[in-house]
Design a protein around this ligand. Structure first.
Ligand code: NDP
Length: 328
């Protein structure tokens, strides 16, 4: 009988309880690849799961953690062999399938991507789902035809994980980045990772007009709600906005005016069930288009023992950038 340390969320009469446990390997769910987890990270969704603020988990008890980087221990999958270095984002990890905040995970080999050449497990989890989603959003804007010469691109929730990686990626690709934040005290940080201009989030929080002054050629939004609606109404003719998140709310109080009068496009971004070709492309691009020094400057390493507390803080909007969790 092999046991290992894991975080476990269990249902209780008045809600849920979260803590560390010695988990029996025999109790892992079905899968054809067993991975020794080296790093995981903290995403907004992990914060929702740990705090019980939204119904993220579809199975009880659950090991949370939607991202892992580690080494294959055993494999019955044709693509993977012991010793391979792998990354997994989403596919229900930490939601429907026992997740990443554990020393071991047993998963479906179809969900894995290879750790990009020259990237460490720590760097992959400093990127994590938030960063890989930012890359998907950048690729979506590019496919739409949003090029740096079209004008400034706004990133909302810019001090957060997704926002920080989006700022760094866009800046490296030559875009003029306008970073929107509730924490203007972090303006120097945002400029150091590539923002040209930092605006106070209240500028995007007022009453939504069907059409406002055309300001942005595009946007990457991690906030949703009124913020996204205002960004849409401020997007220039023919521009596009990638909708990634809901940190400010699930609603979208907009009108059809930006779409039918300015030809603005709203691009939906899903990381969880994103097909393999797109996720592999995103990881390839992250290996080349995200400056490692900037990634390091936005990353805080959290010991495994601190993961629960850090996850509680993310939903309070208290964390800056990305948090990689050292599991091994
Ligand atoms: P973070 O908590 O790191 O970032 C969220 C940021 O949003 C905060 O840092 C803050 O930025 C801003 N924010 C928080 N609350 C509010 C509010 N009430 N009003 C306006 N702005 C607010 O989270 P992540 O970067 O991990 O995730 C960001 C969002 O993207 C989440 O909603 C998450 O669920 C979603 N997401 C979606 C994915 C997908 O597949 N589509 C994948 C990954 C994430 P600041 O301090 O700068 O104002």
């Amino acid at each position: 009988m092999t046991k290992f340390t894991a975080v476990l969320i269990e249902k209780t009469e008045d809600g849920q309880k979260v803590g560390f446990t010695d988990f029996d390997e025999n109790d892992l769910m079905d899968g054809n690849v067993t991975v020794r987890v080296e790093f995981s990270c903290i995403n907004y969704k992990d914060g929702l799961a740990v705090s019980g603020l939204a119904p993220v988990m579809r199975r009880w008890p659950m090991i949370p953690g939607i991202d892992l980087a580690g080494t294959v221990e055993q494999s019955a999958h044709p693509d993977w062999k012991p010793g391979d270095h792998v990354v997994l984002n989403g596919f229900g990890l930490g939601e429907t399938h026992l997740g990443a905040w554990a020393e071991k995970a047993r998963v479906n080999g179809d969900w894995l991507v290879p750790l990009p050449q020259g990237m460490s497990a720590r760097e992959a989890m400093a990127i994590g789902t938030a960063g890989y989603t930012a890359m998907l959003a950048v690729i979506a804007l590019e496919r739409h035809g949003t090029t740096p010469d079209k004008g400034p691109v706004v990133v909302t929730g810019a001090v957060g994980g997704l926002g920080s990686v989006a700022v760094a990626l866009l800046a490296k690709l030559g875009y003029e980045v306008v970073a929107s934040t509730g924490r203007t005290s972090e303006a120097d940080y945002l400029k150091s990772i590539g923002a040209k201009e930092v605006i106070e989030r209240t500028e995007l929080a007022g009453k939504v007009r069907p059409l406002a002054k055309e300001r942005f050629a595009g946007g990457i939004d991690s906030v949703g709600s009124t913020t996204l609606a205002n960004v849409l109404s401020m997007t220039r003719y023919g521009g596009a906005v990638a909708a990634c998140g809901l940190a400010g709310g699930l609603d979208l109080p907009t009108t059809v005016a930006p779409f039918i009068l300015r030809g603005v496009s709203l691009l939906g971004i899903d990381s969880v069930y994103c097909p393999q070709p797109q996720r592999r492309e995103a990881w390839r691009r992250l290996a080349t288009d995200l400056e490692r020094k900037k990634l390091e400057s936005m990353t805080t390493e959290v010991p495994f023992s601190g993961v629960i507390e850090a996850a509680r803080q993310i939903v309070d909007g208290k964390l800056r950038g990305r948090h990689a969790v050292r599991i091994a």
